[in-house]
Design a protein around this ligand. Structure first.
Ligand SMILES: [Zn+2]
Length: 256
């Protein structure tokens, strides 16, 4: 998975830019990752992986791409660092002013701090679930109706306040497909910096196989046998928890 890298990763390291580092920029839904040069302006080290640091800043002549570009980077270290830089940079750019008193926030250590009222804000991580729904030896493979990612997907959604991860699985499965889950079992988790999430993966069985695409989030849902599931969408293997779960199903390793 994306987080399984040979090096260790540090958020908000103490570092000065040097040859081999990168400048990370985001603008709307797009990002640019540019090798650091003296012409670049950097404001904040975001992530260090091995000996390479990604800085928030502005590089001359950035090449903008959508965030899916990061999952096609050939280096596993840089791929995961790019994901985490995307998560942290969006948090920084979306939290400039104190929510309690309105003063400008300053970055200190690993958090944002308000010098006027002492309010402290840590990076926001959103818990979400992914569910591999099984019925009579088949897995429900879906596609999103309107997201940049067009590959095979599983039912997924964010946890709401007051909800356990298991309750989110049951609610999302019913909202998106009309299916009632039974025998829910935890599989694995994954930090996913493209959406600022911590994904919790489950497999579950359901009472019947009649799918109703209820809320418009999905465009397609198919029950597939182990030898019919698609290969991972990323050229370097199963980066996502979704692809890892689909491969586990193909190998008969769903633990259910
Ligand atoms: Zn304040």
């Amino acid at each position: 998975m994306i987080q399984d890298i040979p090096s260790s990763l540090t958020c908000f390291p103490e570092a000065s830019p040097a040859k081999g580092d990168y400048v990370f920029q985001s603008k709307g839904d797009n990002i640019a990752l540019t090798p650091w040069s003296r012409a670049a302006k950097v404001t904040q080290p975001l992530v260090k992986v091995g000996e390479t640091t990604l800085f928030l800043g502005a590089a001359p002549d950035p090449i903008w791409s959508d965030t899916q570009y990061l999952r096609r980077l050939p280096s596993a270290d840089l791929r995961f660092a790019g994901f985490c830089a995307n998560h942290l940079s969006r948090w920084l750019l979306n939290h400039r002013w104190c929510g309690k008193c309105g003063a400008l926030l300053t970055f200190k250590g690993a958090s944002l701090h308000c010098t006027a009222c002492n309010h402290e804000i840590f990076p926001v991580i959103s818990p979400a679930v992914i569910v591999g729904i099984l019925h009579q030896g088949r897995l429900l493979i879906t596609r999103y109706a309107d997201r940049p990612y067009r590959g095979p997907a599983l039912v997924a959604g964010y946890c709401e306040v007051g909800e356990s991860a298991e309750a989110t699985c049951i609610r999302e499965a019913f909202e998106e497909t009309g299916l009632h889950l039974t025998r829910l079992r935890y599989f694995a988790s994954q930090p996913w910096g493209l959406s600022g999430s911590l994904l919790l993966g489950y497999f579950a069985e359901c009472t019947d196989a009649e799918v109703r695409l209820n809320d418009g989030e999905l465009s397609e849902a198919l029950w597939l046998a182990p030898d019919e599931v698609p290969p991972p969408p990323d050229p370097c293997g199963a980066l996502s928890l979704t692809a890892t779960m689909i491969q586990a199903f193909a190998r008969g390793e769903t633990l259910l």
